[in-house]
Write a protein that binds this ligand. Structure first.
Ligand code: UDP
Length: 324
């Protein structure tokens, strides 16, 4: 079975990607510094505890496991934190990616799958986003991811083919609850709602109720994590088939407001969601919804688990389990 190096494979999306890779017949080799990931999330292949800031550690992992491709999930990923400490985001995300790209090329690897973000678009209210939308990030997180996209384009002529995925909002958990979402601190809407319902934290605060949307709250395009990682496996097979470097926006095209997510969660959990209305959160775009079907038409991606009830049911099952 061919090995695939999965940086950040102990994290939320990376761990789900490892399961999808294993199911598709690959061996995921996790490279993770465990700063936010969980050792117990690494269930589908070996774990190398290492840091992307150390080139020698990457070289050693590549020499030992000889992967055919790299999936790069590892990154600092909080918008608010990136505004408070931009240097850390620019240093660790960009330098880490540069080390990884150089190490991959030196090891003769020619396939690279990268987790980017629609935060690279910035705040473009009213624009339905697709792969051709101009990228104008408004925070250091989005800026650092855009820099890595540019880096990949610059390195492509050196022989590193890439597939870039610009994520929308990722939610849900493995339907078999083998892996799930466990951030500390938790900042994401769905787990915060479920923790409020379970009483393991206080009421949810809705960040802003005066936006120019039908119910006044922000609108996002939510994708089931298991669907998202299937796009990555399809991206890997795209490169294995010798196809060109590409960018995909794997969104569903359906937008849900914060209040709609809360109402759906109340229905799925059979409980009221304790909540209060609060002020807007700095840096929030009003509406981020995908307007592209390129991942479906070109990759054959079918995000059929990405209905709001299914995402909430799977997340709820995971949150009711023992976790990691
Ligand atoms: N949100 C909220 N209260 C919270 C956390 C999030 O109202 O405690 C809102 C947030 O303002 C955004 C949406 O929920 O409109 C999704 O936020 P999340 O942090 O999950 O993802 P983001 O869109 O920032 O990537």
């Amino acid at each position: 079975m061919a090995n695939v190096l999965v940086t950040g494979g102990a994290g939320y999306i990376g761990a789900h990607a490892c399961k999808a890779l294993a199911q598709a017949g690959y061996t995921p080799v996790v490279f993770d510094n465990l700063s936010t990931g969980h050792r117990a999330a690494v269930k589908f292949g070996p774990l190398v505890v290492g840091d992307l800031m150390e080139r020698a550690a990457i070289d050693a992992a590549l020499a030992e496991y000889q992967p055919i491709a790299v999936m790069h999930f590892a990154a600092l990923s909080q918008v608010g934190e990136s505004m408070q400490d931009p240097a850390r985001y620019w240093r660790e995300n960009v330098m880490g990616a540069l080390n990884l790209i150089e190490a991959a090329l030196a090891a003769g690897i020619d396939k690279f799958i990268f987790s980017s973000t629609c935060a690279t678009y910035g705040d473009q209210d009213g624009v339905v986003l697709d792969e051709t939308t101009e990228q104008r990030p408004i925070n250091a997180y989005g800026g650092s991811k855009l820099a890595i996209e540019q880096m990949l384009r610059d390195f492509a002529p050196k022989g590193l083919n890439h597939v870039i995925f610009r994520y929308f909002n990722v939610a849900g958990a493995d339907p078999e609850a083998e892996v799930g979402e466990a951030h500390d601190p938790e900042t994401h809407l769905v787990p915060l709602i479920l923790q409020a319902v379970a009483g393991t934290r206080g009421a949810l605060t809705i960040f802003g109720t005066d936006y120019d949307t039908p119910d006044g709250t922000c609108i996002r395009d939510y994708v089931h994590v298991s669907d998202l990682v299937e796009a990555h496996v399809a991206g890997l097979e795209w490169l294995i088939a010798g196809k060109s470097s590409e960018v995909f926006c794997p969104g569903t095209g359906a937008g849900f407001s914060v209040r709609e997510v809360v109402a759906a969660a109340a229905s799925v959990t059979n409980g009221p969601v304790p909540m209060q209305e609060g002020p807007r959160r700095a840096g929030d775009a009003v509406r981020l919804v995908c307007g592209s079907d390129k991942a479906r038409t070109r990759l054959g991606w079918t995000p059929d688990r990405s209905t709001m009830p299914q995402m909430l049911r799977d997340a709820h099952r995971w949150h009711g389990s023992d976790g990691f």
